[in-house]
Each structure stands twice: as C-alpha cells, then as structure tokens.
Design a protein around this ligand. Structure first.
Ligand SMILES: [Zn+2]
Length: 253
C-alpha cells in the first residue's frame, strides 16, 4: 500500500514539474515540449540531474548550478502541491479508472490557477481540455448517475448549470457594482467543472468558491495587501472549491 501511494506521489511531483513549464510558457505562447528548460538568468540548459522534482531544488539549495541565481520557491512548491494532490486522488479513487480523469482535471486546474493568478486570464484551450475530457468520459463516471444515459445527461446539465449560473452571477454583479465582476474565462472554466461534477456539485463548487474567495478578499483588504478596487482572480478559488468537491458527497443545497 505504501508503494502504491509513493508511486502516485512521485508521479504527482513529475507532473508538477511539467505544470511549472506550462504555467511559465503557455501565457507567453511558447511550446511546452521544446526547448528543454533553461535558467531564466543565465540561459544555461538545465541538466536532467538538476531537474529532478523537489530533490534538485533541495540539493542545489534553490540556486542555479551555473550562475547561482536564486530559483523561485514556487517551482518546488507547485511540484509538492501536485504530489499531494495526486496522493489524495489515489486515496479517493483507489484502483478506479476514473482516477486518471480526475488526475488530468486536477493538474489542469493547478495550471489554470497559477496562470490566472499571474496574468488574470484563463487560456480557452485549457478550459476546453477540461470540458472535452469531462464530457467524453461522463458515461463512465459513476459519480454522475447509475446508468450511461443519466450520467451523460447529468454531465451536460452540469456544464450548462455551472457556466450559466456563474454567467448570471457575473451579469448581476456587473449591474450592481457597475464594473466587470466576472471574467468569461471563469464561465468557460465552470463548464468543464460542471461536466465533471454534475449540476449539484457544481452549484456546491460555486457556493464554496464564493465563500473562500470572499473570506480571502476580506482578509487581503483588511490586512492592507490589496486595495478595494483591485481585481482578485476567481479562477484559483473555483479550482480549489472544485477540487474539494471531488471529495465531498452531494448535499441538497
Ligand atoms: Zn543560471
């Protein structure tokens, strides 16, 4: 059992390393496959033995081997985060084929969260990956219903409910606050989340994301870290709330 969990933790670390590349390159329209990673300071190619998730950062004490420039602590943290996420998913969906869909989903959510945090934008094709994988897998997703038909239906209704209600929320918010309250990137993201989780859990996700987002926003404003007028990206909160809902039962809200 320990080997099983260790295996998924290590797989998570490796995909976390890939997530770092995606977070860094996708917003700049660069390929995530080539060229191999290099140091942002000196441009030196990073050798494979210096590119081992988590370990290399610790061994190099967070510095580039060539120029000794500081490497952002975020890289090992994203790797660790993905390791922990894969571990939790392996526990939740042990030996079930759905595990791989949830792993893909969680990984894309991590990438989306950091890109949204950095650039306040959610790339459409990432949301499309979520929607397409969730829809095409829906008939096998026993979490959505008892038979093929009800699963596919719940997935479709989930996508529409989730994105539709977020769109309406954003529309109402824009009218009330007289400024854009919700990006359409969030609406597209929720379509995929709804298709994976079904309509009930996607409403739970919206509710939970709003609570976490509001609490975090109040904390940031009251501690003076951001201004009331600043825009707080919603994608990370939606992603976190969706992930928590992977583990929650359906409550009748
Ligand atoms: Zn360097």
């Amino acid at each position: 059992m320990l080997t099983y969990y260790l295996f998924y933790f290590v797989i998570g670390l490796i995909f976390g390393s890939f997530a770092n590349v995606c977070i860094y390159r996708i917003p700049n329209d660069k390929s995530v496959i080539r060229p191999p990673s290099s140091c942002p300071s000196c441009g030196e190619r990073i050798k494979w033995f210096d590119n081992i998730p988590l370990l290399s950062f610790i061994l190099l004490k967070g510095k580039c081997r060539g120029c000794r420039a500081q490497i952002s602590l975020r890289y090992p943290l994203v790797e660790l985060l993905c390791g922990i996420i894969f571990l939790l998913l392996a526990y939740r969906f042990a030996f079930e084929p759905v595990l791989f869909v949830y792993m893909l989903f969680a990984l894309v959510l991590v990438i989306i969260s950091f890109i949204d945090y950095d650039y306040k934008v959610i790339p459409d094709f990432l949301s499309a990956i979520l929607l397409l994988s969730a829809l095409s897998f829906s008939v096998f997703n026993y979490q959505l219903g008892f038979d093929f038909k009800s699963r596919a239906l719940n997935s479709l209704i989930g996508a529409i409910t989730a994105s539709g209600s977020l769109y309406l929320l954003g529309y109402a918010g824009t009218k009330i606050f007289k400024k854009e309250a919700m990006g359409d990137g969030d609406v597209k993201l929720m379509a995929g989340v709804g298709a994976l989780l079904g309509w009930q859990k996607s409403l739970q996700t919206l509710l939970l994301a709003s609570v976490i987002g509001a609490a975090f926003g109040i904390y940031l404003i009251s501690s003076g870290k951001i201004n009331k007028k600043d825009y707080l990206p919603f994608g990370p909160f939606l992603s976190l709330a969706a992930f928590i809902n992977f583990f929650l039962p359906e409550f009748w809200i």
